[in-house]
Design a protein around this ligand. Structure first.
Ligand SMILES: [Zn+2]
Length: 103
């Protein structure tokens, strides 16, 4: 009985490890995906696989310290500046037109 529980724990651990590594590769947190995959083995691992690629997200520079941030970041993790949702990085035609119109 006890060895069965241990075996399950080992399996869960490897699920956690796999999920964590996938999360890490995608530019997300190893620890978070380790926990998710450990607690919810199959679905957690699936979620890690389907999770968006953080390292492929659009990026933009912080207007204050020029650190490169994710487009969806609301606060600069480098200097702590609060960030407007950027028009620059998106640079849709409409955004550019609006920026010209407002200056
Ligand atoms: Zn900054």
């Amino acid at each position: 009985m006890q060895s069965q529980g241990l075996g399950l724990l080992v399996i869960l651990f490897f699920f956690g490890l796999a999920g964590g590594m996938i999360g890490r590769i995608k530019g997300s947190s190893f620890f978070i995906w380790f926990l998710v995959s450990f607690c919810v083995p199959f679905l957690g691992l699936l979620a890690a696989v389907l999770y968006r690629w953080d390292s492929r997200e659009l990026r933009r520079p912080c207007p204050r310290c020029k650190a490169v941030l994710k487009l969806h970041d609301a606060v600069c993790h480098h200097c702590g500046a609060e960030l407007e949702f950027p028009e620059v990085a998106i640079a849709s035609e409409e955004a550019v037109r609006r920026r010209i119109a407002s200056t």
